[in-house]
Design a protein around this ligand. Structure first.
Ligand code: FES
Length: 114
């Protein structure tokens, strides 16, 4: 298995505070679509595969949150995931988890290890 490398995902300002964006990142040596959710100076990054079917969660590219901004929403069948840990709390894959990447904010940039 390839070594897990820390890479720069984006600048912090590339994600609106309270919003989300989609990117491509190296996960276990493979380029994968990921989502990044920003809450102030914290950013949560997950692989953009729904545990229900493996499909991307965003119908509108980069828009991963429900209207209230409280949860990650899968537009496929309405599953809701906690922003903080990617745990599904409602929908067909309740109890499952999004695949998280280690993400840190340093020097106004978001760094991920996948
Ligand atoms: S594909 Fe995500 S809830 Fe069905």
């Amino acid at each position: 298995m390839p070594a897990r490398e820390r890479t720069k995902l984006c600048r912090l300002d590339d994600i609106a505070d309270g919003g989300s964006e989609r990117f491509v990142a190296q996960v276990n040596g493979q380029a994968r679509g990921v989502m990044a959710i920003r809450q102030g100076a914290r950013v949560f990054v997950y692989v953009n595969d729904c545990p229900h079917t493996g499909a991307p969660l965003d119908f509108t590219p980069g828009k991963f949150l429900n209207l209230e901004g409280t949860h990650i929403l899968c537009t496929g069948h309405g599953a809701l995931f906690r922003i903080e840990d990617g745990h599904c709390v409602s929908g067909p894959c309740v109890g499952d988890d999004l695949q998280a990447l280690d993400a840190v904010v340093e020097d106004d940039a978001v760094w991920v290890t996948g």
